[in-house]
Design a protein around this ligand. Structure first.
Ligand SMILES: Nc1nc2c(ncn2[C@@H]2O[C@H](COP(=O)(O)OP(=O)(O)OP(=O)(O)O)[C@@H](O)[C@H]2O)c(=O)[nH]1
Ligand SMILES: [Mg+2]
Length: 251
């Protein structure tokens, strides 16, 4: 997948390239001398567009949350529960959905009465800033308090592409196992908020330790409080809703 979209240009790969351990970040046949340069330019262009998006969101008073996780960790279920609760607090919400294929998640969220634009990326395993720019223009031209972006289900690539978001939220569901922050550190290190989801399933996954998750994340240098919640039972939702609403306080 990464060889299609170019998201393998990581700092680690750059270092290996510099040290001569690898000849090209993207193994093309034949290797093209311009490949690395072109991909670096693509990332720079993404950063430029992300900065423009962030400026627009700030000017419009919209706080933007980028939700990332493995496929199936419960991003859409959490948004369904969250939108219902935030709408009851009188907040205006919009959503940009990212998946490789289907409009399924957008259909689920539209049932909650909010505008949703679905991006289908085809081959790409992450959203990028230009996709967000194009999708945002398709939302109704009304002020939003909160824009949620549900990124493509993937614990790796979305971390490399800025979108213009204010906050990164990373979900880890109980059935995935408590070792994921150790194995996929980049996303958990950069998260503004880590959520342990599906905690109603803890009795059935007795080797999952919330304490270990918190320790791993702490060891990555991320000192933020990890919230534990269940979109199904509502447990832990209040703390999450308060965290979301905090940047809007005092308006
Ligand atoms: N038991 C339990 N199941 C949940 C919870 N949240 C989500 N699920 C279930 O987990 C499955 C996947 O949930 P989704 O919300 O579609 O997950 P997602 O992260 O949006 O998935 P992708 O968009 O495909 O990456 C569904 O069957 C949900 O019903 C929860 O809190 N508890
Ligand atoms: Mg989803």
């Amino acid at each position: 997948m990464c060889n299609n979209c170019g998201c393998n240009i990581t700092n680690g790969a750059r270092l290996l390239l510099k040290q001569g351990a690898i000849r090209s970040i993207r193994p093309l046949k034949p290797a093209l001398p311009h490949t690395v340069k072109v991909l670096q330019n693509l990332l720079q262009e993404n950063d430029r567009q992300a900065a423009a998006n962030a400026e627009l969101f700030a000017a419009r008073g919209t706080v933007v949350f980028n939700l990332m996780s493995s496929p199936g960790s419960g991003k859409t279920a959490l948004l369904e529960a969250t939108i219902e609760a935030l709408a009851a607090r009188g907040l205006r919400i919009g959503v940009i959905e990212g998946d490789l294929e289907t409009e399924n998640d957008a259909v689920r969220l539209r049932r909650k009465g909010v505008p949703v634009v679905q991006i289908t990326t085809g081959m790409a395993c992450h959203l990028d800033a230009r996709m967000i720019d194009a999708a945002y223009k398709q939302l109704p031209d009304e002020p939003l308090d909160i824009l949620f972006i549900e990124n493509v289900g993937n614990l790796v690539c979305p971390a490399s592409f800025a979108l213009g978001q204010g906050y990164d939220v990373v979900l880890l569901s109980v059935p995935e196992g408590d070792d994921k922050p150790e194995k996929y550190p980049v996303m958990f290190r950069m998260a503004n908020k880590v959520l342990m989801t599906k905690i109603d399933l803890l009795p059935y996954f007795d080797d999952f330790s919330p304490r270990r998750v918190r320790e791993h994340i702490n060891r990555l240098g991320n000192r933020g409080e990890v919230l534990a919640l269940s979109a199904k039972t509502g447990q832990g939702m209040e703390q999450w809703l308060d965290w979301l609403a905090a940047p809007l306080a005092g308006r």
